[in-house]
Unconditional design. Sequence first.
Length: 104
Amino acid sequence: MHFDAIGRVPGDPILGLMEAYAQDANPRKFDLGVGVYKDAQGLTPIPEAVKIAEARLVESQDTKTYIGGHGNPLFAKVINELVLGADSPLIAEQRAGATQTPGG
């Protein structure tokens, strides 16, 4: 079998927004197609708060151990409490969950 006989897979509709953005001539367009802000030069600036947070992480990390497919369990617990409230019946009944995933 030759690879040229295999049809092209349809593009991802969300990532296709990037192409649509590139083709849009509107000078006031705002690119949030994949949830990442880009400035007028097409760069994604790093806010100072993010740089400070990253520095704190580097200073406090004691491992680079793989955390698994659902992310850090403590992160999930804190997010659930933040979103639902620490006293949420959903949390108490173990009916709420969270998964931490990489973006893009």
